[in-house]
Design a protein around this ligand. Structure first.
Ligand SMILES: *[C@@H]1O[C@H](CO)[C@@H](O)[C@H](O)[C@H]1NC(C)=O
Ligand SMILES: *[C@@H]1O[C@H](CO)[C@@H](O)[C@H](O)[C@H]1NC(C)=O
Length: 375
């Protein structure tokens, strides 16, 4: 989770467009129940991921006193979750999920990207050592080549070739159908987000990195992975976006607000759908067909800097619970990985970075969310 690392200019820009957003939301303010607002746009061949929503969880390990690898699967299962995303390729973790029925999404560390881009043997050696011995008993579904590197030139220029080589290496071991190769992006890849139908990628990476990257994903039938944080958009634009809009407003609230995209006419009742549609629009703006999007990180913090009042146990509970309900209802199915399994007290940076867990380091729940039945 490095989304806070946006340039000042980007933050400024986001703020400006959010101001526009706040004006529109005021002007369409309170709308009595209209029949099912049309959510999302759909211009491509993928109308949905037919299987329904999948809810997984991120397992980050920058915490002191976290439980040992062997204890993780039962903690995950106790949350009624069956899908886990990690930030590395640690064989101890991969092994601990053997024969549990829990799927794993793994990640190759950023610093491997430059060498992977030119060295196919290096990619083969990673697959041979970190995947081949384990894939028969552990269900490995995807590998992210790096984490949120698309705006970092020292990695982004090598990113697509590295992904191609990892895919080739998987192919060599006939695992390429089973294990998808992708990479996670922060939403800072968008230079414009609002209105969602007008969203575009940063000029510096749109044509040069993201276009070939998305083409690779389409060719290999792999999803685009983005980290979507309504909390950060809410915070960066404070006080433009109503908190309830970021927290998925309750369905039955008489004060339910709508934001109508002035160009597409699509009505939104929550920030999450706006953020997802902005990704779709940016893909479209590159002249590419729609691609399935996996939300590789999403969540709400329980604590932050003094005065960061929206970061609270209650808001985190409400956000995650309503997110799950929203995903079950949403016509356009999407896979999300909640951030995160544990609080991570060793994270540096803003205080808020440490408090995204559903569980304390000792394994007890910080608050109750009901995810069952597991999906
Ligand atoms: C490529 O990777 C292999 C396997 O990791 C390594 O032995 C070799 O030295 C690398 N080649 C170059 C040119 O770095
Ligand atoms: C786990 O840690 C939390 C926070 O430090 C604490 O409130 C709770 O009592 C602990 N639970 C157990 C079972 O030790």
């Amino acid at each position: 989770m490095k989304m806070l690392m946006m340039t000042t200019m980007q933050v400024h820009y986001v703020f400006l467009i959010l101001l526009i957003f706040s004006i529109s939301i005021a002007s369409c303010s309170i709308v009595s129940s209209l029949e099912g607002p049309q959510i999302g746009i759909n211009y491509g061949r993928y109308s949905s991921n037919l299987e329904g929503p999948v809810i997984g969880i991120n397992y980050g390990r920058y915490g002191s006193n976290l439980p040992p690898a062997e204890a993780i699967p039962s903690l995950v299962t106790s949350l009624s979750i069956k899908h886990v995303k990690t930030f590395d390729l640690d064989p101890r973790i991969t092994k601990s999920f053997a024969n549990t029925g829990i799927t794993l999404s793994l990640c190759i560390p950023n610093d491997k990207i430059p060498s992977l881009s030119t060295n196919l043997s290096e990619a083969e050696s990673i697959i041979r050592n970190s995947i081949l011995p384990y894939h028969k008993s552990t269900i490995i579904t995807s590998i992210s080549v790096g984490n949120e590197v698309s705006l970092l030139p020292q990695f982004s220029t090598h990113l697509v070739s590295a992904m191609v080589n990892v895919h080739r290496a998987l192919k060599r071991y006939r695992l390429h159908k089973k294990i998808k190769v992708s990479t996670t992006h922060s939403l800072a890849i968008l230079s414009r987000r609002f209105p969602p139908s007008t969203a575009i990628f940063h000029k510096s990476i749109g044509e040069s990195v993201l276009k070939p990257l998305i083409r690779f994903l389409q060719r290999t039938d792999s999803p685009l992975m983005v980290n979507v944080y309504p909390y950060l958009a809410y915070k960066q634009s404070f006080p433009s976006i109503p908190l309830e809009f970021a927290l998925f407003q309750p369905m039955n609230s008489p004060k339910r607000r709508r934001y109508v995209d002035p160009y597409s006419g699509v009505a939104y009742t929550n920030l999450f759908d706006i953020m997802l549609d902005s990704v779709d629009s940016a893909v479209k703006s590159l002249g590419l067909p729609k691609i399935p999007v996996v939300v590789s990180e999403i969540g709400w913090p329980t604590s932050g800097e003094p005065g960061e009042v929206a970061a609270s146990l209650e808001n985190a509970r409400v956000f995650n619970q309503r997110l799950i309900e929203h995903l079950r209802r949403r016509w356009n199915k999407v896979t999300v990985y909640i951030f995160a399994l544990f609080d991570e007290d060793q994270k540096t940076g803003a205080a808020v970075e440490k408090h995204w867990g559903l569980l304390y380091g000792n394994g007890s729940r910080k608050y109750d969310v009901n995810i069952s039945p597991p999906i």
